[in-house]
Design a protein around this ligand. Structure first.
Ligand code: DP6
Length: 387
């Protein structure tokens, strides 16, 4: 009886502390309605510029519901060097019945990017009702070659969303930093799912997961635990195996997870893998890290191969590289592993303290499998930056 009372008292005390704590605010369930903005000042014209990085998923997002809601939670390392830099000029226009924008890629008009932006504006209009009041010039460029097979949709949609949030902040200076970044991620998600993980933080979770209390299907959140020092400055060398246009886009691939024979098992597995990876990122166990990350990469491609219609995005050289990595790891015990996104390129992941040996291995044994010998050295980074 006595014990029970103490327990009740403790719980009440904890609740009081909890409500007062800074984290309490973050745990209040945020809904889509919270992102509908209404109070605005009037600004004639201006300009912002943001850079946003690409990210590489460790537990993969593959399959989605209506309105860009992921079928399972995912987690990614934010990259540092592969970025999109986007400048947004805006000026008030006479009428506000349509979206009006010019799109430049590396300073030159790029008509074929426009439908994607038009669709993005349509999706986010409800949350950013000021968009039709302005004419925009969107000038965008990537730090990685356009034809590298590295998807620019994540970094591109993130950079555009950051700029839109800078405009919103100019129109309504009372919004908090938390809201600023959360809504930027929310908007980016509506442009491209994985883009919501390119806003802020070096490890980002997107999608509701029981053990990550702040996680949400609506936006990405920073991995809430302390990242083990083994992962500080983690390296990602991207081997450019095939720079060609993909035969099947990610959007079509996601769609094929509807009625996929293994879908429900796969979505459950992603939850389990994220639980396990959470522990690994906290305790630094690199052997476990390798098992989860490589299994996730191969599962992603297994889902593609078992869709109807089925497809294969790996190339013979992708498999050659994977086998070489396994052989090198067996021989040296160096904790190097690979992951893949929806394409043939291979991301080679390894800790900073072995980078010299691994780069030598890449140059000696893997570069020959890259198209024109091309690869990009990247490292875990912190997210979008105002320029
Ligand atoms: C394999 O984010 O490109 O890279 O939401 O349709 O734009 P859309 O898809 P996208 O899908 C990325 C899939 C992936 C895995 C991942 O990044 O989690």
């Amino acid at each position: 009886m006595h014990d029970k009372k103490i327990l009740v008292k403790c719980t009440t005390d904890l609740q009081t502390i909890f409500k007062k704590s800074i984290f309490a605010k973050k745990l209040v369930m945020v809904s889509e309605k919270d992102f509908i903005s209404t109070d605005f000042a009037s600004i004639e014209k201006g300009s912002f510029q943001w850079s946003s990085p690409s990210n590489i998923a460790l537990v993969k997002y593959w399959g989605k519901k209506e309105n860009q809601i992921p079928a399972n939670p995912s987690i990614s390392f934010t990259l540092n060097n592969c970025k999109t830099i986007t400048k947004l000029d805006f000026s008030k226009k006479e009428t506000n019945d349509t979206f009006s924008f010019d799109l430049l890629f590396e300073g030159k008009p790029k008509e074929d990017f426009k439908p994607k932006i038009q669709k993005f504006f349509e999706r986010i209009e409800k949350y950013c009702p000021y968009l039709k009041q302005y004419h925009f010039t969107i000038d965008t460029e990537n730090t990685f070659p356009h034809s590298s097979g590295i998807a620019s949709s994540a970094s591109g949609m993130a950079a555009l969303s950051m700029n839109i949030m800078s405009l919103e902040k100019a129109l309504n200076p009372t919004i908090t930093d938390d809201f600023f970044y959360q809504k930027a991620s929310f908007l980016a998600r509506l442009g491209s799912g994985s883009a919501c993980r390119s806003i802020k933080g070096n490890v980002v979770v997107w999608g509701k997961h029981d053990e990550i209390l702040t996680s949400s299907d609506l936006f990405g959140v920073e991995f809430p635990s302390q990242l083990h020092e083994n992962f500080h400055n983690y390296q990602d060398t991207i081997l450019l195996v095939d720079k060609g246009e993909k035969q099947v886009s990610s959007t079509v691939g996601h769609d094929l997870m509807h009625n996929h024979p293994y879908a429900s098992t796969r979505f459950e597995q992603a939850h389990t893998n994220l639980s396990a990876l959470k522990k690994v990122l906290e305790n630094g166990n690199l052997d476990e890290f390798i098992k989860i990350v490589e299994s996730e990469a191969l599962t992603l491609h297994a889902m593609m191969m078992t869709s109807m219609p089925y497809f294969i995005l790996m190339k013979p050289n992708t498999l050659e590289i994977i086998n070489k990595i396994w052989k090198f790891r067996n021989q040296t015990n160096i904790p190097i592993c690979f992951t893949l996104d929806a394409g043939a390129n291979v991301h080679v992941l390894y800790p900073e303290n072995v980078s010299e040996t691994v780069l030598q291995f890449i140059q000696d044994e893997l570069v020959g499998y890259c198209q024109n010998g091309n690869y990009i050295c990247d490292i875990i980074g912190n997210g979008s930056q105002l320029m």
